[in-house]
Design a protein around this ligand. Structure first.
Ligand SMILES: Cc1cc2nc3c(=O)[nH]c(=O)nc-3n(C[C@H](O)[C@H](O)[C@H](O)COP(=O)(O)O)c2cc1C
Length: 259
């Protein structure tokens, strides 16, 4: 059985995961666990015949720290894994090697990996509309080559295995609600890290908020967002630097090379 474990706050990781799984050869039975929801953070015991698809967004060049802390929930037994790092068109830095290391400790073997570009969840004008049809098709094609008995790709993955994920301390930007907030509390219930209180629903606890944007995309009134001049200016600079389309990268090989 295919077990997909991922964190998707704003939907791009989820979109890539579904495209990827739809391309896996001979697989009809898949289970999807999005760690954005507490109910999906359950222990998993996988065997040699299972497949793990582990997909994470890149935050500051690593995977979100609360997700790294949840990896010990996963137990493999030389279980083949496909590792997907989804990043907002800047760079994936050390995320692939970090995932590979974390999973190896839990009994998984990385047999395929990809760095996939997607809409930036803090600056959504960067890579807006991605993943698009081309991205999803590439993910499907890449999955169709998955060989559970194939060689590990660990040694091919770029990144610094000794890099310290704690160097990323989050962004200065945190979502707030404007006066159109109806106080429905949906943001309180969907926040993956409990950064919004019932008493003060329009702001977020800055020390807890990971700026994932789940409250923004879930707000039925469209009341939540990033605000302020500093955010606006940073967005402009970020777009200038990272506006150009980055192509997806696949290990063991580029999809195009294998067609
Ligand atoms: C706190 C934070 C840090 C991020 N850091 C990076 C980064 O280092 N490189 C990058 O290219 N994108 C970065 N992103 C963008 C996300 O990786 C990207 O938007 C991803 O597609 C989000 O997945 P989702 O739509 O499933 O939530 C960051 C986003 C957040 C919220």
């Amino acid at each position: 059985m295919v077990h997909c474990v991922y964190f998707s706050a704003c939907g791009t990781v989820s979109s890539y995961v579904h495209a990827y799984v739809s391309g896996l050869p001979g697989q009809t039975d898949a289970r999807f666990l999005n760690w954005a929801g507490r109910e999906d953070r359950i222990p998993l015991e996988l065997g040699h015949d299972d497949i793990l698809v582990f997909a994470m967004p890149v935050y500051g060049g690593f995977i979100p720290s609360f997700c790294a802390a949840l990896v010990p929930l996963l137990h493999g037994s030389s279980t083949p894994a496909a590792v997907l790092a989804v990043y907002g068109n800047r760079h994936y830095d050390n995320a692939l090697v970090q995932m590979d290391e974390l999973l190896a400790r839990q009994g998984f073997e990385t047999k395929a990996a990809a760095a996939l570009s997607a809409r930036h969840s803090i600056f959504p004008s960067v890579a807006s509309g991605r993943p698009d049809d081309k991205d999803r098709e590439e993910a499907r094609q890449f999955a169709s080559m998955f060989d559970p008995q194939g060689k590990s790709v660990s040694s091919m993955l770029p990144g610094d295995r000794s890099a310290d994920p704690s160097v990323f301390r989050g962004t200065p930007f945190h979502p707030e609600a404007d006066e159109s907030c109806t106080g429905c509390m949906r943001c309180v219930s969907v926040c993956p890290v409990s950064a919004i209180s019932r008493e003060n629903v329009r702001t977020s606890y800055k020390a807890v908020c990971i700026s994932c944007g789940r409250c923004i995309v879930s707000c039925p009134a469209g009341a939540r967002g990033y605000r302020g001049e500093e955010y606006r200016q940073s967005g402009e600079v970020f777009l200038k630097k990272n506006g150009e389309r980055k192509e997806n990268v696949f290990f063991p090989a580029a999809v195009q090379d294998r067609r």
